[in-house]
Design a protein around this ligand. Sequence first.
Ligand code: ZN
Length: 156
Amino acid sequence: MIAYDLTCDNAHRFEVWFRSSDDYTGQLERALLMCPHCGSETVRKAPMAPAVPTKGNSRSAGTPPQKLLEKSEGGKLPEKIKSAMIALAKAQAETIKDSTWVGKNFAQQSREMHYGEREDALIHGRASKEEVQGLVEEGVGIAPLLVPVVPPEEAN
Ligand SMILES: [Zn+2]
């Protein structure tokens, strides 16, 4: 038996026991793994050391704007654009401060809120082009993030 720390796209961490590493790979490939906290099927092995500070809930405080810039642009922007980008990133960080990262559940949760099946809340996450198009057609209020956001599970 072998224990793996797994993490889902909502940054939950949980431990699962497998017969072997092949058993893990097999279950992953057949999408048999699911997060016990939120039911997400997007799970993967967690980094050995916890990279995401858990402060009692799943809300992300966000990554400092400067860090986002370095990651996405490699620091090769002209000063003027760079400072504008930083201002933009700061404004966005302020906006999503009280927002919850929901990863790929964004489209589903936005839709549920729109139709009153879920309590309204501030969320941000990922959606495919098709999902965004569908949401817009249904009149669900969404807005694009102006600056790339590092998902909690990828922020090291
Ligand atoms: Zn989860």
